[in-house]
Design a protein around this ligand. Structure first.
Ligand code: WT7
Length: 634
């Protein structure tokens, strides 16, 4: 018997794909595709052929300077050419590329042709403002077409974009602008949120006082508030004014496959945020082909990924992936529960969304309001659902599957990271699913679960998740911090593998279960338990809406569990419920799941992308400094 207790969380339901999904699927045989992917260079090279290259690569993968890998060596291409311009020559020319919708019910549609023109005009403006290949341009914008247009305009002329999520504040902005040495910042007057307008420009005005590299602020007039131009230097300009009368033809910059495409900052548990650098060719091949595999994109699909473009999910799967495949991508500006918790489903019904991708935190949140909201809408257009960001608790999975997917839609639980750029572990639509498991590495990806010496751990036992072979959309370094790149990701575990920083286990069918970040995992009397597993058991109890657990020092056990619980309406954490929850945990996880303390809370500290920040709970508990909190939701 394995000493590890995590195997005690048994989730043995298996969901086979609905026949309509199998009928339509591009890839019908999952196992055979995985087999094909074992020749991984050949596999990804084949995927690269779906794009236009100005010059073909000499070599698929250069491993001569590990861990600085190169993909599609000496290949020349351009992201915007492939995501936008090439569609103009096809029957997608007048198809909607971007469908923008906001919480006020307003919409804006841009066809591929219109997008192409707007991107060219914006690219010309950037050039006129002095931007050249390799220069950094920052964006601090809400979910709006101008954000996508600006990113694509950068890619068109070889500028490197650095998108900063519009919910971050002055300090975070200053740090990111200075690290990237951005020359221009593109912002907006404000953003719509829950019936109000949140001003953005004053935050930029304050930040750039401390950012000497910023030469110009470009302001998009997005809402109906008055813009206060704070211009003293003549370096503040309105986006609309700038593009007015601008030429709608723009030369495409020929980019090397390894030329930088963007920097995106992600918070580290200590120290300053990490500037994750992605390049052109491999990223293009990786995001488009994974989206094609995982969500089986077809002509006529309406794709909706609810992530903000300020995160990697938005970069890869709101902007680049869908446009590279010539599909229609829905951009929604608003909260999931405003004006009411049925708003997302009303949009699915109104536009006929076919593929829908969101985060477990949103599902858990909407679950609390019950099934009466989704029941009001016709969700028949939906074919495939997905999740990303955290482990999907089986309870939330089932709710999503029944109430949104109406037991017809597979749930594609995609494991990946800002650093990986693309999905790495996820099912395909035809894969038999187990709620809570991310199933197996995608075709072309080799992952394993190992101990600290790099030895594979036995089935059922928890260990470190590693990626054993390079993949095309992998980040190439941490901007301005090569040492950290090497030490954090490539040195932790011997064998030259990529250390993801997550713990996971494999079950008897080889299915992978993510247990949580390795610095979050609990160690109780020598037993390792994933935070995800304990939290899922809590969430499965009818009184609990959300849970976060941390380890708390204990003189006897080493560590015991401290749980922070958000209860459903009408429940109170009294002695009777505490006893009942303890019994429930013991029953599901066994006697090792020792609860030291339970507290009822109204909120949990989360990142703005919805992940529970357990290290903040831990730091608070131990009276320590919580480290970088720039992405903490207020
Ligand atoms: C971390 C990466 C990748 C886009 C969003 C987050 C966790 C991500 C899953 C999943 C369990 C997941 C991991 C990972 N994570 N997807 N499907 N199941 N955990 O990007 O902010 O870079 O975070 O998110 O812990 O390491 P990110």
């Amino acid at each position: 018997m394995s000493k590890d207790t995590s195997v005690l969380l048994e989730e043995d339901r298996v969901f086979k794909p609905h026949y309509t999904i199998v009928e339509e699927a591009h890839i019908k045989n999952w196992e055979a595709e995985i087999e094909k992917g074992k020749d991984h260079e050949k596999y990804w090279e084949e995927k690269a052929r779906m794009f236009d290259w100005f010059k073909k690569w000499d070599m698929v993968l250069d491993e001569s300077n590990k861990p600085f890998y190169k993909w599609f060596v000496n290949g020349k291409t351009n992201m915007t050419h492939n995501a936008v311009d090439r569609w103009i020559e096809t029957d997608k020319r007048n198809q909607v590329a971007i469908l923008y919708v906001n919480e006020r019910g307003e919409e804006r549609k841009l066809t591929y042709y219109e997008l192409h023109r707007e991107v060219n005009r914006t690219a010309n403006v950037l050039k006129r403002l002095g931007i050249r290949k390799g220069d950094a341009v920052a964006m601090y914008l809400p979910m709006c077409p101008e954000l996508v247009i600006s990113m694509l305009a950068c890619a068109k002329i070889g500028a490197v974009h650095s998108v900063i999520y519009s919910g971050l504040s002055v300090g975070a902005l200053v740090e990111r602008l200075n690290d990237a040495k951005a020359k221009i910042i593109i912002t907006a007057d404000g953003t719509y949120r829950r019936g109000k307008v949140i001003k953005l420009k004053p935050i930029v005005d304050e930040a750039i006082l401390q950012c000497p590299t910023i030469e110009t602020t470009v302001v998009v007039k997005h809402t109906d508030i008055e813009i206060e131009m704070s211009d003293i230097s003549g370096r503040e300009m309105l986006f609309d004014k700038l593009i007015e009368g601008e030429d709608d033809e723009c030369e495409t910059e020929e980019m090397d496959a390894e030329d930088p495409l963007f920097i995106l900052y992600t918070s580290g548990s200590t120290g300053k945020p990490k500037g994750v650098l992605h390049t052109t060719g491999g990223y293009m091949v990786g995001v488009a082909s994974t989206l094609q595999m995982t969500f089986d994109i077809h002509n006529g699909d309406l794709w909706w990924c609810t992530a903000d473009i300020g995160w990697i999910t938005g970069h890869s799967y709101v902007v680049y992936g869908p446009l590279l495949l010539g599909t229609t991508t829905l951009l929604y500006e608003g909260a999931p529960d405003y004006p009411d918790p049925g708003v997302w489903w009303s949009i699915v019904e109104r536009y006929g969304v076919t593929k829908f991708y969101t985060a477990p935190t949103a599902i858990r949140h909407l679950m609390r309001f019950g099934d009466k909201h989704p029941r009001k809408y016709n969700l028949k257009s939906l074919k495939i659902l997905g999740t990303v960001g955290e482990p999907t608790n089986p309870e939330a999975w089932i709710w999503y599957y029944k109430n949104i997917g109406r037991e017809r839609c597979p749930i594609i639980d995609t494991w990946w990271q800002t650093e990986t750029g693309m999905h790495l572990i996820a099912p395909l639509p035809v894969t038999p699913l187990k709620p809570g498991s991310v199933t197996k590495p995608l075709p072309g990806i080799e992952a394993d679960i190992v101990d600290e010496n790099g030895k594979p751990v036995p089935l059922g036992k928890g260990g470190f998740l590693v990626i054993k072979k390079p993949w095309p959309a992998m980040f190439r370094t941490l901007f301005n911090d090569e040492e950290r790149y090497i030490n954090v990701y490539w040195k932790q575990i011997p064998g030259g593998v990529y250390t993801a920083g997550d713990m996971a286990r494999k079950d008897e069918d080889g299915y992978i279960w993510i247990q949580g970040r390795s610095d979050d995992v609990l160690n109780i009397a020598g037993h390792r338990i994933g935070t995800a597993e304990v939290e899922s058991v809590f969430v499965a109890h009818p009184a609990v809406a959300e849970a976060a657990v941390i380890g708390k020092e204990d003189p006897i056990k080493g560590e015991v569990i401290k749980a922070f619980l958000i209860l459903k309406k009408g429940h109170q954490l009294n002695a009777a419920l505490i006893e009942e929850l303890k019994r429930h945990l013991r029953h599901e996880l066994g006697p090792v799941a020792v609860i030291g303390e339970m507290v009822q809370v109204e909120q949990l500290p989360k990142t703005r992308s919805g992940k529970i920040m357990r290290r903040i709970l831990r730091a608070r508990e131990e009276g320590r400094d919580p480290g970088d909190t720039s992405t903490l939701e207020e």
